[in-house]
Structure formats: structure tokens, C-alpha cells
Design a binder for this molecule. Structure first.
Ligand code: C5P
Length: 209
């Protein structure tokens, strides 16, 4: 019996990560935050002092990324996120990471993958696809609250303009741009709590499986 894949896409800071982890827990499925694969590739380049604009070098680094060691805490910095979205426009990087992500998606009994192109490119045959969004203002506000909640300092206007910039890069790129799959269920969480978003997602998934 093939593994069941739940594909979750959406823009930066829409709450996909939390939602995906909760869904994976609820169904007993493996979870892969595919953004971390782009982030790990970017960090490896930065750490090695290698350029972020050389597709050959970045593609080679992407082929060496190990899914096992991905650590959100180490990879969550703003600089790594920016670098990740730059190398994510490169076809050779995407090809290598998508191959690793597809291999992950086959794990039994099922998997939850979240990212930008899961329903459109990585797992187009997934039986359930969610496209999770929230307004740019709400997403920037959540990111701000998250940083301040951890005791950090944050500047709302700077975060808002970063969110917009990241959206533009993810939506505007030629290879695998961010967009809902034709058969994705749209979930706008702008006015929803985390619990409400989880319940709405679970209702959609239970109906589809
Ligand atoms: O989701 P996260 O912010 O961690 O992703 C970092 C960057 O990696 C995104 O801005 C996006 O450019 C890229 N990405 C992607 N495709 C995915 C996941 C992430 O292009 N499936």
C-alpha cells in the first residue's frame, strides 16, 4: 500500500510549520519541513564561505544535504532564510532537494510535507493538499510576536517588508513558483487561532482520506 502524503504549501510565516507538526502527530505520520532543506543548503554554503550565486556550487551542496540532521533552531536565522530563498530559484538546487523530498514522502504509513511546491511539483499525486495562507500583515505580526515572545527584539516594519520581499521572490521565480495546486484546499488562517486552524485542516483531511 503506498504511503499517504499530505501536502501543505503556503507563503512564509503562514503557520504551516506548527500546523504540519500537529497533523503529523495526529495521524502518526512522518513530517518534513522542506524549507529546512533549502536552509541547510544555504547554511552549508555560508559556513564554507562559498558564493550564493554560483548554481553549480549550490547544486553540488544541495546533493550533500542530509535530511536526518535538519535542526530548526540552528537554521532559523534571518540571514539563512534570505540566503535560502536566493538559492531556491536555482533549478539544480531544486532538482537535488526535490529528489530527497520525494524519497522521504514514501515513508510508511504516511508523510506530511510542507513547503512552497509540494502539491504542485514534489508530490502532485498527494491525496490531500492544503494551501495555508494569512494576510501579510497577520503573518508579520505573528513573526513579530514569536520573536518578542522568545525575549528577542523585533521591528515590525522591517519584518513586514521582509515578508513581502520573500513572497515576491517565492511567487515570482520561474522554477516552481509558490501557488496553490488546482486541487488544493485553501485555508486562510488570518482570523483563526492555531487550534481552529488545526480543526479546519483535520476536517478537510478526514473527508479526503
Ligand atoms: O519555509 P522557509 O522560510 O523555511 O523556507 C525558506 C525558503 O526556502 C523559502 O523562502 C523558499 O524560497 C524556499 N523554499 C522553496 N520550496 C520549498 C520550501 C522552501 O523554494 N518547498
Amino acid at each position: 500500500k503506498p504511503a499517504i502524503v499530505i501536502a501543505i504549501d503556503g507563503p512564509a510565516a503562514a503557520g504551516k510549520g506548527t500546523l504540519s507538526r500537529q497533523i503529523a502527530d495526529a495521524y502518526g505520520f512522518h513530517h518534513l519541513d522542506t524549507g529546512l532543506t533549502y536552509r541547510a543548503t544555504a547554511k552549508a554554503l555560508l559556513d564554507a564561505g562559498l558564493p550564493l550565486d554560483d548554481e553549480k556550487v549550490a547544486g553540488k551542496m544541495a546533493r550533500e544535504v542530509e535530511l536526518a540532521g535538519l535542526d530548526r533552531d540552528i537554521l532559523s536565522t534571518h540571514a539563512i532564510g534570505e540566503a535560502a530563498s536566493k538559492i531556491a530559484v536555482m533549478p539544480s538546487v531544486r532538482r537535488a532537494l526535490v529528489e530527497a523530498q520525494r524519497a522521504f514522502s514514501l515513508r510508511q504509513p504516511g508523510t506530511v510535507l510542507d513547503g512552497r511546491d509540494i502539491g504542485t511539483v514534489v508530490c502532485p499525486d498527494a491525496p490531500v493538499k492544503l494551501y495555508v495562507t494569512a494576510s501579510a500583515d497577520v503573518r508579520a505580526r505573528r513573526r513579530y510576536d514569536e520573536i518578542v515572545g522568545k525575549g528577542g527584539e523585533a521591528d515590525y516594519d522591517g519584518i513586514f517588508s521582509d515578508v513581502k520581499k520573500r513572497d515576491e521572490r517565492d511567487i515570482g521565480r520561474a522554477d516552481s513558483p509558490l501557488k496553490p495546486a488546482d486541487d488544493a484546499h485553501l485555508l486562510d488562517t488570518s482570523e483563526m487561532s492555531i487550534e481552529a486552524a488545526f480543526r479546519a485542516a483535520k476536517t478537510i483531511i478526514d473527508a479526503a482520506l
